[in-house]
Design a protein around this ligand. Structure first.
Ligand code: C5P
Length: 224
């Protein structure tokens, strides 16, 4: 199959991952979670005892980094040096430290090569913050998925309650964490979170998940 790329970007808590996976499953395409890659690097940094804001020290961790990037829209198992860290990369320690690590230009450059390669490995749905702008500006379809802040916090909180990680945070704390990450992601110098000029913006505040998925599939069908 030739390459066909759907880029899905947007802030945290919009349901981006769920939408991306469902779209990929419907289209029999692969699914790349670039946020998980930033989280894997971050976990390595923490495990190496390196300060996540020390850009130079963080770069040293990249050497010898060995993690998997699953491409299945079904259950994904993330392996770091062969160890299953699927839950740990969603935990609070990684979620806090991923902000400075993903603002590090050397980390972004290192992941850029890998993400570009995987994005072009067939029919792919690629999810992140800079897919339409940096990783795959030539994507066949670019979606910028957003929702108002209160709704995003509510969704993420509900998701956390049902999960084994990220629990313990009340709604206000979840809202605060999303606000913290999105502000940093939007204001950083390198590949800030922003909609590509040719992205289709979908505000999912008033949409149920299947409606958002249907909208993306409709747009994808129109692009062939
Ligand atoms: O998508 P997820 O919330 O797992 O991403 C975690 C963090 O990784 C984001 O808050 C952002 O700082 C960073 N990220 C990024 N560029 C991407 C994907 C994620 O900077 N393409």
């Amino acid at each position: 199959a030739g390459s066909f790329i759907i880029a899905i970007d947007g802030p945290s808590g919009t349901g981006k991952s769920t939408v991306a996976r469902r779209v990929a499953a419907e289209l029999n395409a692969g699914y790349l979670d670039t946020g998980a890659m930033y989280r894997m690097v971050t976990l390595s940094v923490l495990r190496a005892g390196v300060d996540p804001v020390n850009d130079t020290a963080v770069v040293n961790v990249l050497e010898g980094l060995n993690f998997s990037s699953p491409l299945s829209p079904g259950h994904q198992t993330h392996l770091l040096d062969g160890e299953d860290v699927t839950d740990e990369i969603r935990g609070q320690a990684v979620t806090l430290a991923v902000t400075p690590v993903s603002a590090n230009p050397a980390v972004r450059a290192w992941l850029f090569d890998r993400q570009q390669l995987l994005a072009h490995s067939g029919r792919m749905v690629v999810e992140g913050r800079d897919i339409g702008t940096v990783i795959a500006p030539e994507a066949d379809l670019k979606i910028y998925l957003t929702a108002d802040a209160a709704e995003r916090a509510r969704r993420r909180h509900t998701q956390n309650v049902g999960a084994t990680v990220g629990g313990g945070l009340d709604l206000a704390a979840v809202a605060q964490d999303l606000e913290r990450r999105d502000t940093h992601d939007s204001r950083r110098v390198h590949a800030p979170l922003q909609a590509a000029p040719d992205a289709v913006v979908i505000d999912s505040s008033q949409l149920a998940l299947p409606e958002t998925v249907a909208k993306v599939l409709e747009l994808a069908a129109a692009r062939g």
